[in-house]
Design a protein around this ligand. Structure first.
Ligand SMILES: Nc1ncnc2c1ncn2[C@@H]1O[C@H](COP(=O)(O)OP(=O)(O)O)[C@@H](O)[C@H]1O
Ligand SMILES: [Mg+2]
Length: 244
């Protein structure tokens, strides 16, 4: 990675729901063409982080800190402005229109596409399965296909940074591998910058460059994946025998 400003950067990001401090993150940086995994158990604060990056929330949390996209402070911008600048989120479960067909779902994104947008052919080359399902509605797709369509929709908008919240959830193990490998290809072949949020540490560790482990809203450990693989905290909690 070069010394250029990170594509996405958070500083002193804190989120509290009432008296409950759900996130306290001194710094998180995503470099250009980097795939960073934020992992942690259920309730660790992963979605809270994702929502704070996007400037979105369920309920009424107190949020403080800075978020920068390509060096520009976007902390005060509403979600749709962050999205327009290329900070794209695929939320848990994948955002697709259940009543629209695959074609229509993709067209809905293309209408708002930027210069960074992937073409339809590029999207189908990444997810050939979607081409076979063109006339199926979002509601008729399997969990894996829905996740692919959600990522495809984000690509059609033209991401600067892509944030994926638990893309593996509810997917058969084989599909988890397939979806995450495609994400890796986007990084390797297209230089996309991706923040991958996952409870599935075992799967995430196979594709990311760096891993950030969070627990109760705080960073417990972080580093290049090669080192994190040998971290006793990761092994004990996630990789060892009898681990989650
Ligand atoms: N809208 C909300 N109101 C109150 N507490 C919340 C809300 N959303 C999340 N929390 C709390 O914040 C903590 C982190 O939740 P979350 O970010 O959803 O975890 P994860 O995505 O890692 O499973 C949990 O203790 C959760 O109960
Ligand atoms: Mg979550």
């Amino acid at each position: 990675m070069s010394a250029a400003a990170p594509v996405l950067e958070a500083e002193s990001l804190r989120v509290a729901y009432g008296g409950n401090q759900a996130l306290d993150l001194p710094r998180l940086a995503l470099g250009a063409g980097e795939l960073v995994g934020v992992v942690g158990a259920n309730g660790a604060g992963k979605s809270t982080l994702v929502n704070a990056l996007l400037g979105w929330s369920r309920g009424r949390p107190r949020v403080s800190g800075r978020v920068r996209l390509d060096g520009e402070d976007i902390s005060a911008l509403p979600t749709h402005e962050r999205v327009r600048r290329g900070l794209l989120l695929v939320p848990e479960g994948g955002a697709v229109f259940a009543r629209l067909t695959v074609t229509e779902n993709l067209a809905a994104s293309a209408d708002r596409a930027t210069g960074r947008a992937y073409t339809e052919d590029e999207v189908f080359a990444l997810f050939p399965r979607l081409r076979e399902r063109l006339h199926h509605t979002g509601g008729q797709l399997s969990g894996g296909e829905r996740q692919m369509l959600a990522i495809a929709r984000a690509l059609r908008l033209g991401p600067r940074a892509l944030v994926l919240d638990e893309p593996s959830i509810g997917l058969a193990p084989r599909l988890v591998v397939s979806v995450l490998e495609t994400v890796r290809r986007l990084v390797d072949e297209r230089g996309l910058s991706v923040l991958l949020v996952e409870q599935n540490v075992r799967a995430a560790i196979e594709v990311v460059d760096r891993l950030v482990l969070i627990e109760r809203g705080r960073v417990l450990a972080e580093g290049p994946v090669a080192a994190m693989r040998d971290d006793p905290r990761i092994i004990q909690a996630y990789l060892g025998e009898g681990a989650a």
